[in-house]
Design a protein around this ligand. Structure first.
Ligand code: FAD
Length: 558
């Protein structure tokens, strides 16, 4: 990515067709969609890219079997088609994941689940034969990754795929497929593509006010932005503003707006996840885990760990740092202990995180689990477009909806292209150059995270043997990634590196926060080399990570 300082200078000096507020998956998608249709685009993010909900999901790119229960068939269908498209556009980042619904004690797997899975299979098929020309060709290529139909498997197969369940002697189960990703890396990848089409993006740039088309602005909306690094206040001029701030969406209010009814009312709903080492809860496939209250949660293999979540409850706390609550952690542990027959405790957790869903209030009193995950588009009388709600999976459709609205408003002919824009360039880990000191397992992790750009990380490791070392012993992430994050991905804090550029702050939170803060210090030194930090700044940044980790609650007290 362009260096942050340059990006901010360009944002302050040019006039843009579109200013996107928010650097989560929705804002990143809007920036890519608008720039690839020929608009000049700037994007500002108040904190770090993906630091909101988009780094705190269950990491599934899926239709959402659960939404079938609510008869949200349109949402499931759209999401399933997006799932297939994402697996084709970013095969290194969005990968098929086998999922299992097990059965026990001689009982056949629930037939209702079978019916749901049949619908899931049918709905994931692109409509062929009904469309012609370019669209039909597209459907053919969309079928490039196509999940096998779901099927029944034996108890032995269930135990092989879910070793953690073997002691319960499962008698069979349904096997079906969804996809899994690294949500924060998906955001960074989409932003990288948006930049390729000319978008200019800056993090740590918070919108503090908007003034629509007044005197001296040549009709442009003037957006006040606070530079979170230098403290400067900038004015950005744009013909259109798209608010993609997720749970913050109802806090962006254009100055002259008089009616609150023009804005969505967000009802945040908190979801907590916990992570365990693979040794404590070994899985080779995802499991749908029923909970005693009638809900179900996921237990998923992710980055060599087991990810368990999520809870879902209306939340009214502050939204800048969201901590997993003690009750949420207890709920998740009780559910996995019940299901897998273990006795896992908070001491077994290697990490935890929580996030809030940007659900839109419908004005009725339904619980958040019942509120649709569908996206909504709002337009104020001042012309600001707000796009929020939705899912990580459906980011491309959300972006298209928002940009289609702009195009219609402008009377342009500019069809959406994002269905054909590859997201990063996938690479076979075998084809990456070998670098002395880099452990063999690191290559697959690098290829999965950066695709072809992994070459640049390896170049850094080749130039300095210190950078070829892992950041945390036993994990594949290299110190070179911290350097790369600061040089090429606008990372400017230890948290940026540990929580979002790599995911060590989640999968190895205890190691990252270990007394003495050695990991944070090493990362601060490495980032500091790139950003020119002196010794005092390195110390302060390492301490700051300790504060951030506490505020985020990534280490659950044993
Ligand atoms: C627990 C949980 C699990 C989930 N699991 C899944 C899943 O497995 N699959 C799936 O498809 N979906 C999932 N979702 C939903 C998905 O994560 C969200 O729908 C999606 O990430 C929302 O992205 P967003 O870009 O709209 O919001 P965000 O990611 O929150 O981005 C909004 C951004 O706007 C920035 N911002 C706010 N105010 C300002 C301002 N004034 N100036 C500049 N920037 C500003 C914020 O800092 C933030 O980065 C899950 C959600 C949760 C909470």
């Amino acid at each position: 990515m362009r260096a942050r300082g340059d990006a901010l200078a360009a944002i302050a000096s040019e006039r843009f067709d579109v200013l996107v507020i928010g650097g989560g998956i929705t804002g990143a998608g809007v920036a890519l969609d608008a720039s690839s249709r020929g608009y000049s685009v700037a994007l500002v993010e108040q904190a770090d890219y993906a630091s909101g909900t988009s780094s705190r999901s269950s990491k599934l790119v899926h239709g959402g079997l659960r939404y079938l229960q609510n008869f949200d068939l349109g949402l499931v269908r759209e999401a399933l088609l997006e799932r297939q498209l994402m697996a084709r556009l970013a095969p290194h980042l969005v990968r098929p994941l086998p999922m299992i619904v097990p059965a026990f004690e001689g009982a056949h797997p629930d037939r209702l689940v079978g019916i749901g899975l049949n619908m899931y299979d049918v709905m994931s098929m692109p409509l062929r034969g009904r469309r012609r020309g370019r669209r039909a060709q597209l459907d053919q290529s969309e079928a490039a990754w196509s999940p096998d139909r779901h099927r029944m498997i034996s108890g032995a197969e269930v135990s092989a795929l879910l070793p953690a369940l073997a002691d319960r002697d499962p008698t069979g189960g349904y096997l079906f497929y969804d996809c899994q990703t690294d949500d924060a890396r998906l955001v960074l990848t989409v932003l990288g593509e948006a930049e390729r089409f000319g978008a200019i993006c800056a993090n740590r740039a918070r919108v503090t006010g908007l003034r629509a088309g007044g005197a001296g602005s040549d009709g442009a909306t003037v957006v006040s932005v606070l530079d979170g690094c230098g403290g400067d206040r900038l004015e950005v001029r744009a013909d259109n503003v798209i608010n993609a701030t997720g749970v913050w969406a109802d806090r962006i209010v254009p100055g002259e707006l008089s009616s609150e009814a023009e804005l969505p009312q967000i009802v945040p709903s908190r979801g907590t996840h916990v992570l365990l080492s693979d040794g404590r809860l070994p899985l080779r496939a995802g499991a749908i885990v029923p909970v005693s209250d009638g809900r179900s949660i996921f237990a998923l293999p992710w980055l060599g760990r087991t990810l368990v979540g999520t809870t879902d409850a209306t939340y009214d706390g502050e939204i800048d740092h969201i901590r997993p609550s003690e009750q949420d952690v207890a709920y998740l542990l009780a559910a996995v202990n019940d299901f897998f027959g273990g006795c896992l405790s908070p001491a077994d957790l290697v990490g935890a995180y929580a996030g809030v869903r940007p659900l839109i209030s419908t004005g009725d009193s339904r619980r958040s689990v019942d509120i649709s995950r569908r996206e909504e588009l709002f337009e104020t009388s001042s012309g600001m477009i707000t796009i929020t709600g939705g899912k990580l999976t459906t980011w491309r459709r959300m972006a298209k909806l928002a940009v289609d609205r702009l195009v219609a408003r402008d009377g342009r002919v500019a069809p959406c292209r994002t269905h054909e824009i590859p997201l990063g360039a996938a690479v076979d880990p075998e084809h990456l150059p070998r670098v002395t000191g880099v452990a063999e397992e690191a290559y697959a992790a690098l290829a999965g995270r950066y695709g072809f750009a992994a070459d640049q990380v390896l170049e850094l490791a080749a130039a300095d043997p210190v950078l070829a070392r892992p950041i945390v012993a036993g994990q594949p992430d290299l110190l070179a990634e911290a350097r790369f994050a600061a040089a090429a991905e606008q990372a400017a804090s230890v948290g940026d590196v540990l929580l979002r550029r790599t995911r060590l702050g989640l999968v190895a939170a205890r190691d990252c926060c270990h007394e003495g803060g050695a990991v944070a210090r090493t990362v601060a030194e490495t980032v500091g080399t790139e950003l020119g930090w002196d010794a005092a700044t390195v110390d302060a940044q390492a301490d700051r990570f300790a504060d951030e980790a506490r505020a985020e609650g990534i280490v659950v007290p044993a």
